[in-house]
Ligand binder design. Structure first.
Ligand code: PLP
Length: 423
């Protein structure tokens, strides 16, 4: 009997023992093509020499030095590299160990920023329905996924949720894409006015929605209007790029491809590419200066922030990505991927929509194409697809709908950037 406490207590999982390029290998020797990088993590595949060597070298030199006492060379170098390639105005990097921690740090920084500049009444966070920002209590409260939140609702801070920008399900008949995008974005303004503009601190959204909707980009004009509304009311814009960032959509930061400038941006998954647990929260110079020139202390922190081995791995990942211009490769592979998905799945009676960016694609499954009605959640379709795919040696990332009847099951594909076109 295993003593591991697994997520699914009754699932029989194979034991992973090896990684080879785009493949994972289990203890029976079976190979699985990793078409989702786990959950959009393994962007460099599973055996990148440079990243493995960087980790070994760093462990040999220095494994750990607490950031309450020291900074470290890899953390400094990685921060410099990220900022040199970051969206306009983003000037500081706060390293953490994963996506949820990055979102927690972002929420707390937004709150502390307004305290530092003498606006203590700003405390409300606005997010979107059908979103996921992590599983710790603050990040879970920001997320709008009813199914994930349900058991913990009494423990969660109050967060407002507006509609996501989800054209396939929410655009009205005859409504232009542009009009739809403006209507969806204007929900933010209505919510800010309802709460009282002087009480709202931040709006958080994923530039391309990953886990809850399945690689759904916003329509043109949506984020420009969101930025305008945030600026009008002095509300910070937090972009959560934990899943869609770090080259996944064909740009190091997804917001650069979507044409929107954040005040705070969170990254994780692709930053460590699975080689080390690492995430980061990046913020504007304006926010950093308010803290530095105010209390001089960000009231937040974890033991493993800025871990030397994790940041050494992140540094090697980003160097690899930039030196080989992998975001350009991702952009080049986007069309063949889209074409092939449409060719193989486009006519299937239960495929409602195929959408994505770069190497980040979602296939939405519906019981009925005409009405777009989702399958009954009781069918457990996502779990069955995962099992059937694994039996055939394929790792993809099927997710159930959010169970509020608004969206159905989908399958997320997020293959390594190093895959061949034939893959
Ligand atoms: N934010 C987004 C957009 C995510 O997709 C995820 C994880 O899937 C998280 C935050 C949480 O990241 P982690 O699982 O590393 O805590």
């Amino acid at each position: 009997m295993s003593h591991v406490f697994p997520r699914h207590c009754h699932a029989q999982m194979p034991t992973a023992v090896g990684g080879d390029g785009c493949y994972l290998i289990d203890s029976s020797g079976k190979r699985y093509f990793d078409a989702s990088g786990g959950a959009a993590v393994s962007c460099l595949g599973h055996s990148n020499d440079r990243v493995r060597q960087a980790i070994k070298d760093q462990v040999d030199r220095l494994a750990f030095a607490h950031t309450g006492f020291f900074t470290s060379e890899p953390a400094e170098a990685l921060a410099d590299l990220l900022i040199a390639n970051a969206p306009e105005g983003i000037e500081r990097v706060y390293f953490v160990s994963g996506g949820s921690e990055a979102v927690e740090a972002a929420i707390k920084l937004a709150r502390q920023y307004f305290l530092e500049i003498g606006q203590p009444e700003r405390r409300h966070l606005v997010a979107r329905r059908q979103s996921y920002h992590g599983n710790t209590l603050g990040a879970l409260a920001a997320g709008g996924n009813a199914w994930r939140r349900r058991q913990f609702d009494p423990l969660l801070i109050s967060v407002s949720h507006i509609a996501p920008c989800y054209e396939y399900a929410e655009r009205a008949e005859g409504e232009s894409l542009l009009d739809y995008g403006q209507r969806a974005a204007n929900e933010l303004e209505a919510e800010i006015l309802r709460l009282g503009p002087e009480t709202v601190m931040a709006f958080i959204a994923e530039p391309v929605v990953g886990a809850t909707l399945g690689a759904v980009p916003a329509v043109e004009g949506y984020f420009a209007r969101i930025r305008e509304i945030c600026d009008k009311y002095g509300v910070l814009l937090i972009l959560d790029e934990v899943m869609c960032g770090m080259g996944r959509t064909g740009h190091l930061f997804a917001c650069m491809g979507e044409g929107v400038r954040p005040d705070i941006v969170t990254i994780a998954k692709g930053l460590g590419a699975g080689y080390q647990p690492i995430g980061a929260m990046l913020c504007s110079g304006t926010i950093y200066d308010a803290i530095a020139g105010g209390s001089g202390f960000f009231q937040h922190g974890h033991t493993y922030i800025g871990h030397p081995v994790a940041t050494a791995a992140g540094l090697a990942v980003i160097r690899e990505m930039l030196e080989h211009d992998l975001p350009a490769r991702v952009r080049a592979l986007a069309s063949p991927m889209e074409r092939q998905l449409h060719k193989v799945l486009g006519q299937h009676p239960n495929v409602g929509d195929i959408r994505g960016r770069g190497l980040f694609w979602g296939v939405e499954l519906v019981a009925d194409r005409e009405s777009k009605a989702p399958f009954d959640p009781a069918l457990g379709l996502a779990g069955k697809i995962k099992k059937a795919a694994m039996a055939r040696g394929l790792i993809c990332y099927p997710m159930p709908g959010t169970r509020d009847g608004r969206n159905g099951d989908h399958v997320l594909l997020a293959p390594p950037f190093v895959m061949a076109e034939d893959d």
